[in-house]
Write a protein that binds this ligand. Structure first.
Ligand code: FE
Ligand code: FE
Ligand code: MG
Length: 165
């Protein structure tokens, strides 16, 4: 972005870049959590769970790409060191060390709830100040809301399956 484009932003670009990079770290960790969860999942409804986790892994990677592109446009550099993801993350990383499907889905629900809170805060931060970043963050927030809902639906189906056995 050029000088004037930066000047009309109604906020401190460096602060915005820090927040976008923290969210970028979150997205890579979320991507890996889903991606690995889909590889190790075991238990009832494994097929459905793997399909959902795999889709969400792709969505989180796409979110990382959207954030990286915007960071570069704003004159920043996306986090270059993966080891910094752990330091910068808002939502942390809950390793999928227990492959039981229900446990994996519950862990990912917690991560989605954190992501929803993070993007809700960021959307409010840029609202009326940076239209393009607002649109990007709004789109990501809508995806995270859908992710939580999809995972909650899987837990409901698991409960029904258990009740009818
Ligand atoms: Fe995401
Ligand atoms: Fe998500
Ligand atoms: Mg889904």
């Amino acid at each position: 972005m050029g000088k004037r484009g930066i000047e009309i932003l109604g906020l401190d670009v460096n602060e915005l870049l820090t927040e976008l990079n923290k969210a970028f770290a979150d997205e890579w960790l979320a991507h890996y959590m889903y991606w690995l969860g889909a590889k190790v999942a075991m238990g009832p409804m494994k097929g459905e769970v793997i399909t959902e986790l795999t889709e969400h892994a792709a969505d989180e990677l796409r979110h990382a790409e959207m954030l990286a592109d915007r960071i570069v446009e704003l004159g920043g550099i996306p986090v270059v060191e993966p080891k910094l993801w752990y330091e910068m993350t808002n939502c942390g990383y809950d390793a999928p060390s227990d492959p039981f499907v229900r446990k994996l889905v519950e862990q990912n629900i917690e991560a989605e709830r954190c992501a929803i809170d993070v993007y809700d805060k960021l959307v409010k931060m840029v609202e009326g100040k940076d239209r393009k970043t607002f649109n990007i963050l709004q789109e990501i927030l809508e995806d995270e809301i859908e992710h939580e809902d999809d995972l909650e639906a899987l837990i409901e189906d698991m409960d029904l399956l258990k009740k009818n056995q």
